[in-house]
Design a protein around this ligand. Structure first.
Ligand SMILES: Cc1cc2nc3c(=O)[nH]c(=O)nc-3n(C[C@H](O)[C@H](O)[C@H](O)COP(=O)(O)OP(=O)(O)OC[C@H]3O[C@@H](n4cnc5c(N)ncnc54)[C@H](O)[C@@H]3O)c2cc1C
Length: 415
């Protein structure tokens, strides 16, 4: 198990680590350990996964996958990554509706933090979960599906309710996409037309550096069986493959230039076999109502001198509303403002500056990234936090799955 998270900015302080090889051993572990948390693939940028007890990896548990007979769902054990799962689904002619920007992350870890991709019609990845089985601190296995009253508190749960040992995910028939990068789209086009640009394909990402060139890159992921958009918003098609971060090898990114390919080789920006993104980075991200997209763009534009020097790149995406209690959309069609920062001490100040600028739009921070919004403000942003605290009290009365960071965010340290 790694000593740090993927980015290397968090050294896990857990005094014990464990990699049980079967479910019975995991049960025995949680029954006796006062504190336990699971580490997925460790791609979060804060200590969300850490514990002062036993940090558990599910990697050595039996890895199971069962496609439902009517082929509209798959049940998987808790350690699958999107990359490995996509490979199996594609072989069966099936697909997930969406992915995040990288296939390397675990499904359970991604759904636990509100991870999302892009697309006006695409919800966060956790919205595909139709049933989840948790191991509680007593070692009991409890399952819930979409019909359960607390279901939307259980999927995006920050690892706080128990160990996700199995999940059932909605499937769709496999589909193909073609990816095209449109370069040098002027700021003024994005400022007033962000929602229209994000609506131009199945999944769209707008990359910007808030730099002096005021030019932006639009990554279109278009359904291969539909006519592609002719809109270029004042930009032009890239003449070769690109990487979202300038200066990084384009070969690490998924194929572009309009070449059709399977969903799982176009929806993520980064190929499974390579380091995603830059590697030397921290990330922050905020979701806010799409209706405020232009105002939020202007708010960040006003501090571009603060943001640009510290940035690898910024990414703007669309996320459809979902009903998760701790969901980043708050139930509204949303735009996500993401920042890939160059690692360094100045990032903390820039994060505060971004949060001040986006505060009028009730921007919600990504739970797996760097943010500094205080718990008192989170309480206002997430009106279902009292329900979540009640659920924690019911399922984990001894606070086995707590840690200071998460309990601070959700107000359990004040309860
Ligand atoms: C290069 C890069 C690109 C990224 N791109 C995106 C993106 O496109 N969109 C986006 O929204 N986010 C993105 N992220 C953020 C990332 O998706 C989240 O941090 C996600 O949580 C990572 O999953 P993980 O398996 O690494 O989780 P971890 O960081 O290991 O854990 C996250 C949380 O999930 C809990 N957890 C994990 N597994 C279980 C389990 N089985 N049972 C109970 N709790 C569990 C942990 O305890 C912890 O609280 C990116 C991160 C990186 C490094």
């Amino acid at each position: 198990m790694p000593a740090t998270n993927w980015a290397g900015n968090v050294r896990f302080g857990a005094p014990r680590r464990s990699r049980p090889g079967d479910v019975r051993s995991l049960q025995r572990l949680v029954e006796v350990a006062p504190r336990v948390r699971v580490l997925g693939t460790g791609h979060s940028f804060n200590p969300i996964a850490d514990t002062d007890g036993v940090l558990v990896s599910l990697a050595a548990l039996p890895k199971t996958l069962a496609i439902e007979p009517d082929r509209d769902a798959v049940e998987i054990s808790g350690q699958w990554t999107y990359g490995d799962l996509a490979h199996e689904l594609d072989r069966a002619g099936l697909a997930l509706p969406n992915t995040g920007s990288l296939p390397h992350i675990s499904v359970a870890g991604a759904c636990s933090t509100g991870t999302h991709g892009s697309g006006l019609g695409n919800q966060s990845l956790g919205a595909s979960v139709r049933a989840v089985t948790l191991m509680t601190a007593t070692g009991d296995l409890i399952s819930a599906d979409r019909g359960s009253p607390d279901f939307h508190g259980r999927v995006l749960a920050l690892g706080r309710l128990g160990i996700v040992v199995a999940m059932s995910l909605d499937l769709v028939p496999t589909f193909r996409l073609a990816q095209t990068v449109v370069e040098d789209v002027p700021d003024e086009e994005v400022e007033v037309g962000l929602e229209a640009i994000l609506a131009a394909a199945y999944s769209v990402s707008v990359f910007t550096t808030w730099g002096p060139d005021r030019a932006n890159h639009v990554w279109l992921k278009e359904l291969a069986d539909r006519s592609p958009t002719e809109e270029r918003w004042g930009g032009r098609d890239a003449d070769g493959p690109r990487h979202p971060v300038a200066g990084m090898p384009p070969g690490n990114a998924t194929p572009q230039l309009g070449e059709p390919g399977p969903w799982h080789e176009r929806l993520p920006h980064f190929r499974l076999a390579f380091t995603p993104s830059s590697g030397d980075e921290l990330q922050s991200e905020y979701l806010l109502p799409m209706t405020d997209a232009t105002a939020a763009w202007q708010a960040i534009d006003a501090i571009r001198d603060v943001v640009h020097p510290l940035l690898h790149v910024s990414e703007l995406r669309a996320v459809a509303p979902d009903p998760m209690w701790l969901g980043l959309t708050g139930g509204a069609p949303s735009v996500a403002f993401h920042f890939t920062w160059r690692t360094g001490p100045a990032v903390a100040e820039a994060v505060v500056a971004v949060e001040e600028q986006l505060s009028p739009y009730d921007a919600r921070p990504h739970w797996g990234k760097v943010f500094s919004i205080p718990p008192v403000r989170l309480e206002r942003l997430y009106p279902r936090l009292p329900d979540f605290r009640r659920l924690v009290g019911e399922l984990d009365p001894a606070a086995t799955f707590g840690n200071d960071l998460v309990d601070g965010w959700i107000g359990l340290d004040r309860a």
